[in-house]
Design a protein around this ligand. Structure first.
Ligand code: CU
Length: 377
């Protein structure tokens, strides 16, 4: 059966025109590029490079990696399998027809070192309904790879790019005609390109981390019925037009960390010990955000995530523009539960953009003490 969503490369423009009024102004480039091979080129001979295959893990965790490069640049192989699936995004059972890389929102974090080559296999199983692709903000050319990776259900593509810039970068789906829908349905993640010599403070001091966590902030736009209840749909395609209407209000119904309200709080809190240094990576592919660690700080912060810049120090809150991934390094000094929030506090407390750090260790009375606990006067 043909639906407006099962479009082929050749009918991208027709499909796009039918789907959204804004799309045609942006899409011809993408459609043209995906139909044609790259312009005249001399294939790069990388046969002398070592290859490494990485098994990705679901956020907030990050696959094993070394902080400094352990040799010359290599080809690092990753695979992302696109999964369209229903996900529950709050404790009231609200559902979205999510689109995901590897089944999680956000998609998994990839780690390479500067000047490594990323070789990504992007798989769109034939059980999916829609066409997808991937745009790496860390890549150069062809719409970040988006023009070379448009895959219909049942297809896969392999993209290789050289990670020339060090930093944390967003990746996201950007299919012709439906970019914001796919991004706000969960198809985004991040890649960290570490300097080959590891992180520094920009003044010669090496910076290392004991743990790294990846927080992906997601805005969802869930349609409501006449009574104000969130609607459910049998398929992602069926949810499209209602969801687009809500998206155009620019008013998310949910703003969450890692796919759902509470995904990183309570029993799912991020763990650390006093004295440990934690690297917190935070991406938002679509909206601005302003992370804040309640009761802590950002010792070293690359708010826009790019490691050739000197990090800001001793930050209280940092600003990550939409379409960016930031990095903050903090050494915990006190035990306890810390809330890590988007410090638009309405977005944190009312819409869900909050996580917890559960930190164990010895209390430092010098840093803080209760001289007198609350009592009646
Ligand atoms: Cu997609």
């Amino acid at each position: 059966m043909t639906t407006p969503f099962q479009i082929t490369r050749r009918s991208i423009l027709v499909g796009a025109a039918a789907i959204g009024a804004i799309a045609p102004a942006i899409l011809p480039l993408a459609a043209k590029a995906s139909e044609e091979p790259p312009a005249e080129m001399k294939p790069a001979d990388l046969s002398h490079l070592l290859r490494k295959k990485v098994e990705l893990v679901a956020p907030p965790f990050v696959h094993h990696h070394t902080q400094k490069a352990d040799g010359p640049p290599k080809i690092v192989e990753f695979e992302l399998v696109i999964q369209e699936k229903k996900m529950v995004i709050d404790d009231e059972g609200t559902e979205v027809n999510a689109m995901t890389f590897n089944g999680s929102v956000p998609g998994p974090l990839m780690v390479v070192h500067q000047n490594d080559y990323v070789e990504l296999t992007l798989v769109n199983p034939d059980t999916n309904e829609l066409q997808h692709n991937i745009d790496f903000h860390s890549a150069t050319g062809a719409l970040g790879g988006g023009a070379l990776t448009v895959v219909n259900p049942g297809e896969k593509a392999v993209l290789r790019f050289k990670a020339t810039k060090a930093g944390v970068f967003v990746y996201h789906c950007a299919p012709p005609g439906m970019v914001p829908w796919h991004v706000t349905s969960g198809m985004n993640g991040a890649i960290m390109v570490l300097p080959r010599e590891g992180l520094t403070d920009g003044h010669g001091k090496e910076l290392t981390y004991d743990r790294v966590y990846y927080v992906g902030e997601q805005d969802f736009y869930v349609p409501r019925d006449e009574e104000g209840n969130f609607k459910k749909y049998d398929s992602v395609g069926e949810s499209y037009s209602d969801t687009l209407e809500v998206m155009r209000t620019l008013t998310p119904t949910h703003i969450v960390f890692n796919g759902a309200v509470g995904a990183l709080t309570g029993d799912h809190a991020l763990e650390a010990k006093v004295g440990e240094t934690v690297l917190i990576l935070h991406s938002q592919a679509n909206r601005d955000t302003r992370p804040h660690l309640i009761g802590g700080h950002g010792d070293y912060v690359w708010a826009t995530g790019k490691f050739r810049n000197v990090p800001d120090v001793d930050q209280e809150t940092w600003f990550i523009p939409g379409g960016t991934a930031g990095a903050a390094l903090y050494t915990f000094e006190q035990p306890g539960i810390y809330a890590y929030v988007n410090h638009n506090l309405i977005e944190a407390f009312e819409l869900g953009a909050a996580a917890h750090f559960k930190v164990t260790g010895e209390w430092n009375d010098d840093l803080m003490t209760a001289i007198s606990t609350p009592e009646g006067s």
